[in-house]
Design a binder for this molecule. Sequence first.
Ligand SMILES: [Zn+2]
Length: 238
Amino acid sequence: MSRSRDGDLREQVAVASQVLALEDHGDLIWGHVSVRDPEGRGVWMKASTWGFEEITPERVLLVGWEGEVLAGEGRRHAEYHIHTEIMRARPDVRSVVHTHAPHAVAFASLDQPVRPISHEGTFFVPPDIARFTKTGDLILTQELGHALAAVLGRRNAALMIHHGIVTAAEDVETAVVGAILLERACWKQLLAMAAGELKSWSSDEEALAKRAHCYPPELVRQAWAYLVRRAQTRRAAS
Ligand SMILES: [Zn+2]
Protein backbone atom coordinates (compact mmCIF):
# COMPACT_ATOMS: atom_id res chain seq x y z
CA MET A 1 0.00 0.00 0.00
CA SER A 2 1.44 3.32 -0.98
CA ARG A 3 1.65 6.16 1.47
CA SER A 4 -0.31 8.35 -0.92
CA ARG A 5 -3.22 5.91 -1.04
CA ASP A 6 -3.34 5.78 2.74
CA GLY A 7 -3.20 9.58 2.62
CA ASP A 8 -6.20 9.67 0.29
CA LEU A 9 -8.18 7.50 2.70
CA ARG A 10 -7.24 9.71 5.64
CA GLU A 11 -8.30 12.75 3.62
CA GLN A 12 -11.66 11.16 2.79
CA VAL A 13 -12.41 10.53 6.47
CA ALA A 14 -11.24 14.03 7.43
CA VAL A 15 -13.39 15.75 4.80
CA ALA A 16 -16.39 13.58 5.70
CA SER A 17 -15.95 14.54 9.36
CA GLN A 18 -15.79 18.23 8.46
CA VAL A 19 -18.97 17.92 6.41
CA LEU A 20 -20.80 16.16 9.26
CA ALA A 21 -19.69 18.88 11.67
CA LEU A 22 -21.20 21.58 9.48
CA GLU A 23 -24.47 19.64 9.36
CA ASP A 24 -24.70 19.56 13.17
CA HIS A 25 -24.06 15.84 13.48
CA GLY A 26 -21.40 16.46 16.08
CA ASP A 27 -22.04 15.54 19.72
CA LEU A 28 -19.00 16.98 21.46
CA ILE A 29 -16.31 14.36 20.66
CA TRP A 30 -18.69 11.53 19.74
CA GLY A 31 -19.80 10.11 16.40
CA HIS A 32 -17.59 8.73 13.64
CA VAL A 33 -17.30 7.95 9.97
CA SER A 34 -15.25 5.14 8.47
CA VAL A 35 -13.91 4.05 5.11
CA ARG A 36 -13.01 0.42 4.42
CA ASP A 37 -9.32 -0.24 3.88
CA PRO A 38 -8.93 -1.48 0.27
CA GLU A 39 -6.23 -3.93 1.42
CA GLY A 40 -8.61 -5.56 3.89
CA ARG A 41 -6.70 -4.51 6.99
CA GLY A 42 -9.72 -2.91 8.67
CA VAL A 43 -11.36 0.53 8.64
CA TRP A 44 -10.05 4.08 8.54
CA MET A 45 -11.87 6.20 11.10
CA LYS A 46 -11.41 9.36 13.13
CA ALA A 47 -9.51 9.16 16.37
CA SER A 48 -11.51 9.62 19.56
CA THR A 49 -11.06 12.66 21.83
CA TRP A 50 -11.62 15.05 18.88
CA GLY A 51 -14.79 16.68 17.58
CA PHE A 52 -15.79 16.23 13.92
CA GLU A 53 -14.67 19.75 13.02
CA GLU A 54 -11.21 19.09 14.46
CA ILE A 55 -10.46 16.09 12.25
CA THR A 56 -7.49 16.45 9.93
CA PRO A 57 -5.84 13.58 8.01
CA GLU A 58 -3.34 13.26 10.89
CA ARG A 59 -6.20 12.47 13.29
CA VAL A 60 -7.44 9.48 11.29
CA LEU A 61 -6.55 5.92 12.34
CA LEU A 62 -6.48 2.54 10.63
CA VAL A 63 -8.37 0.26 13.03
CA GLY A 64 -8.03 -3.50 12.51
CA TRP A 65 -10.90 -5.97 12.65
CA GLU A 66 -10.23 -6.70 16.34
CA GLY A 67 -9.84 -3.05 17.28
CA GLU A 68 -6.08 -2.82 17.08
CA VAL A 69 -4.69 0.54 15.91
CA LEU A 70 -2.57 -0.32 12.86
CA ALA A 71 -1.71 3.20 11.72
CA GLY A 72 -2.04 6.72 13.06
CA GLU A 73 -1.65 8.44 16.38
CA GLY A 74 -4.30 8.54 19.06
CA ARG A 75 -7.06 6.50 20.62
CA ARG A 76 -9.69 4.62 18.71
CA HIS A 77 -13.38 4.93 19.45
CA ALA A 78 -14.82 2.21 21.70
CA GLU A 79 -17.73 1.80 19.25
CA TYR A 80 -15.53 0.68 16.34
CA HIS A 81 -17.64 -2.52 16.31
CA ILE A 82 -20.39 -0.55 14.51
CA HIS A 83 -18.06 -0.17 11.54
CA THR A 84 -16.21 -3.48 11.57
CA GLU A 85 -19.31 -5.61 12.05
CA ILE A 86 -21.38 -3.85 9.37
CA MET A 87 -18.49 -4.16 6.92
CA ARG A 88 -17.96 -7.81 7.85
CA ALA A 89 -21.64 -8.49 7.15
CA ARG A 90 -21.82 -6.33 4.02
CA PRO A 91 -18.99 -6.81 1.49
CA ASP A 92 -20.68 -4.14 -0.66
CA VAL A 93 -20.31 -1.47 2.06
CA ARG A 94 -17.20 0.68 1.94
CA SER A 95 -18.28 3.45 4.30
CA VAL A 96 -20.28 3.66 7.53
CA VAL A 97 -21.43 6.75 9.42
CA HIS A 98 -22.56 6.71 13.05
CA THR A 99 -23.68 9.94 14.70
CA HIS A 100 -25.91 11.12 17.53
CA ALA A 101 -27.88 13.36 15.15
CA PRO A 102 -30.24 15.23 17.50
CA HIS A 103 -33.49 15.27 15.53
CA ALA A 104 -33.13 11.61 14.60
CA VAL A 105 -32.59 10.68 18.26
CA ALA A 106 -35.62 12.72 19.35
CA PHE A 107 -37.76 11.32 16.54
CA ALA A 108 -36.77 7.71 17.25
CA SER A 109 -38.07 8.01 20.82
CA LEU A 110 -41.60 8.62 19.48
CA ASP A 111 -41.69 5.12 17.93
CA GLN A 112 -43.45 6.48 14.86
CA PRO A 113 -42.84 5.37 11.28
CA VAL A 114 -40.76 7.67 9.08
CA ARG A 115 -43.21 9.19 6.60
CA PRO A 116 -41.97 10.64 3.31
CA ILE A 117 -43.43 14.11 3.85
CA SER A 118 -40.49 15.72 1.99
CA HIS A 119 -37.81 14.58 -0.43
CA GLU A 120 -35.39 13.34 2.21
CA GLY A 121 -37.60 10.59 3.61
CA THR A 122 -37.86 8.92 0.22
CA PHE A 123 -34.18 8.01 0.38
CA PHE A 124 -35.14 5.45 3.05
CA VAL A 125 -38.90 4.82 2.88
CA PRO A 126 -40.58 2.55 1.78
CA PRO A 127 -40.27 0.29 3.63
CA ASP A 128 -40.17 1.98 7.03
CA ILE A 129 -36.72 2.73 8.41
CA ALA A 130 -34.86 -0.06 10.20
CA ARG A 131 -34.65 0.36 13.99
CA PHE A 132 -32.12 -1.07 16.37
CA THR A 133 -33.91 -1.56 19.70
CA LYS A 134 -31.79 -4.18 21.47
CA THR A 135 -30.09 -1.49 23.54
CA GLY A 136 -29.71 2.27 23.70
CA ASP A 137 -26.31 1.74 25.31
CA LEU A 138 -22.99 2.00 23.49
CA ILE A 139 -22.04 -0.67 20.96
CA LEU A 140 -19.10 -1.95 22.97
CA THR A 141 -18.95 -5.58 21.87
CA GLN A 142 -18.68 -7.55 18.68
CA GLU A 143 -22.01 -9.20 19.54
CA LEU A 144 -23.83 -5.85 19.66
CA GLY A 145 -22.15 -4.74 16.45
CA HIS A 146 -23.26 -7.96 14.82
CA ALA A 147 -26.82 -7.46 16.09
CA LEU A 148 -26.86 -3.93 14.69
CA ALA A 149 -25.60 -5.20 11.32
CA ALA A 150 -28.38 -7.83 11.34
CA VAL A 151 -31.05 -5.14 11.91
CA LEU A 152 -29.56 -3.02 9.14
CA GLY A 153 -29.64 -5.99 6.78
CA ARG A 154 -29.41 -4.81 3.18
CA ARG A 155 -30.75 -1.33 4.06
CA ASN A 156 -28.89 1.96 3.80
CA ALA A 157 -29.70 3.25 7.30
CA ALA A 158 -31.08 2.47 10.73
CA LEU A 159 -32.25 4.47 13.70
CA MET A 160 -30.63 3.38 16.97
CA ILE A 161 -33.14 4.18 19.70
CA HIS A 162 -31.94 6.30 22.62
CA HIS A 163 -28.63 6.68 20.82
CA GLY A 164 -28.28 7.79 17.19
CA ILE A 165 -28.18 6.69 13.59
CA VAL A 166 -26.11 4.54 11.32
CA THR A 167 -25.82 4.71 7.54
CA ALA A 168 -23.94 2.38 5.22
CA ALA A 169 -23.07 2.76 1.54
CA GLU A 170 -20.67 1.68 -1.14
CA ASP A 171 -18.83 5.00 -0.88
CA VAL A 172 -18.25 7.70 1.70
CA GLU A 173 -20.18 10.28 -0.31
CA THR A 174 -23.40 8.29 -0.16
CA ALA A 175 -22.97 7.28 3.49
CA VAL A 176 -22.48 10.91 4.58
CA VAL A 177 -25.23 12.34 2.37
CA GLY A 178 -27.48 9.55 3.68
CA ALA A 179 -26.79 10.57 7.29
CA ILE A 180 -27.62 14.18 6.41
CA LEU A 181 -30.84 13.18 4.64
CA LEU A 182 -31.98 11.00 7.55
CA GLU A 183 -31.44 13.78 10.09
CA ARG A 184 -33.29 16.25 7.85
CA ALA A 185 -36.18 13.82 7.28
CA CYS A 186 -36.56 13.37 11.04
CA TRP A 187 -36.27 17.12 11.65
CA LYS A 188 -39.02 17.94 9.14
CA GLN A 189 -41.30 15.23 10.47
CA LEU A 190 -40.79 16.46 14.03
CA LEU A 191 -41.59 19.98 12.82
CA ALA A 192 -44.86 18.77 11.30
CA MET A 193 -45.77 16.57 14.27
CA ALA A 194 -45.14 19.44 16.68
CA ALA A 195 -47.82 21.42 14.81
CA GLY A 196 -50.38 18.64 14.56
CA GLU A 197 -51.24 15.21 13.27
CA LEU A 198 -49.68 14.23 9.94
CA LYS A 199 -52.40 14.25 7.31
CA SER A 200 -50.54 13.34 4.13
CA TRP A 201 -47.30 11.96 2.79
CA SER A 202 -46.10 10.40 -0.44
CA SER A 203 -47.55 7.05 -1.44
CA ASP A 204 -45.03 4.23 -1.77
CA GLU A 205 -45.24 4.63 -5.54
CA GLU A 206 -44.51 8.37 -5.41
CA ALA A 207 -41.78 7.92 -2.81
CA LEU A 208 -39.98 5.35 -4.95
CA ALA A 209 -40.25 7.60 -8.01
CA LYS A 210 -38.84 10.50 -5.98
CA ARG A 211 -35.98 8.35 -4.72
CA ALA A 212 -35.02 7.70 -8.34
CA HIS A 213 -35.47 11.33 -9.40
CA CYS A 214 -34.01 13.16 -6.38
CA TYR A 215 -31.17 10.88 -5.34
CA PRO A 216 -29.58 9.03 -8.26
CA PRO A 217 -25.82 8.51 -7.73
CA GLU A 218 -25.01 11.51 -9.96
CA LEU A 219 -27.05 13.93 -7.84
CA VAL A 220 -25.73 12.47 -4.59
CA ARG A 221 -22.21 13.16 -5.91
CA GLN A 222 -23.20 16.73 -6.81
CA ALA A 223 -24.63 17.28 -3.34
CA TRP A 224 -21.43 15.85 -1.85
CA ALA A 225 -19.30 18.18 -3.99
CA TYR A 226 -21.32 21.13 -2.67
CA LEU A 227 -20.89 19.97 0.93
CA VAL A 228 -17.12 19.62 0.44
CA ARG A 229 -16.86 23.09 -1.15
CA ARG A 230 -18.74 24.57 1.78
CA ALA A 231 -16.56 22.76 4.33
CA GLN A 232 -13.39 23.93 2.58
CA THR A 233 -14.63 27.52 2.44
CA ARG A 234 -15.36 27.47 6.18
CA ARG A 235 -11.98 25.89 6.92
CA ALA A 236 -10.15 28.51 4.86
CA ALA A 237 -12.01 31.32 6.62
CA SER A 238 -11.21 30.06 10.11
ZN1 LIG B 1 -22.66 6.32 19.54
